[in-house]
Write a protein that binds this ligand. Structure first.
Ligand code: ZN
Length: 179
């Protein structure tokens, strides 16, 4: 089943509340929140206070994508801010297994994330602790890029491994997605 998780990154932030109400009305499956720190990625977006404000106005699943360095430092704060799914990058200098366990211990779902140049095999050892895996189909950090054509191959490799293990794990694809 295909689920849609629209990102608020391109929204007019002075009208964020209205944009989120429109998405609620459209009944999207979840809301994708791209958190950038200016270190792991060159751009800076928003942090916990914005996640918390969004939580206050919607019941939809908040799918928080941390594009930040050493994300394990902030898991608890994002969980407290109202995140339902917390995603972080294998490339972000956090102890992966420990961070996945921490997310689960706070009652949230995990999403291990890989950049376009990182092979799918990087997440294989952790799949049994992942509720979702996110495959970036653009370089993380900026909205509005085109979908990279080699992403489907990586998605197929992941799907094959998930099926082989017989586990339930969603695959999320992020960046340059259109109809
Ligand atoms: Zn994202």
């Amino acid at each position: 089943m295909v689920k849609i998780s629209p990102s608020v990154l391109t929204a007019d932030f002075t009208k964020l509340g209205e944009a989120i109400k429109e998405l609620d009305f459209a009944k999207t499956d979840m809301l994708h929140l791209d958190v950038m720190d200016g270190i792991f990625v060159p751009n800076i977006s928003f942090g916990m206070p914005v996640v918390k404000s969004i939580r206050e106005i919607t019941d939809t699943i908040l799918d928080v994508h941390l594009m930040i360095d050493r994300p394990h430092r902030y898991i608890e704060e994002f969980a407290k801010s109202g995140a339902d799914i917390i995603g972080f990058h294998t490339e972000a200098n956090s102890p992966i297994e420990e961070t996945l366990d921490k997310i689960h211990s706070l009652g949230c779902k995990t999403c291990l994330t890989i950049k376009p140049k990182t092979p799918a095999e990087e997440v294989f050892p952790y799949l049994n602790k992942c509720d979702m895996v996110l495959v970036m189909s653009v370089e993380p950090g900026f909205g509005g890029q085109s979908f990279m054509e080699y992403a489907p191959q990586k998605i197929a490799e992941l799907k094959a491994e998930i099926d082989k293990l017989g586990i339930i794990c969603d695959i999320e694809v992020d960046g340059g997605i259109n109809a």
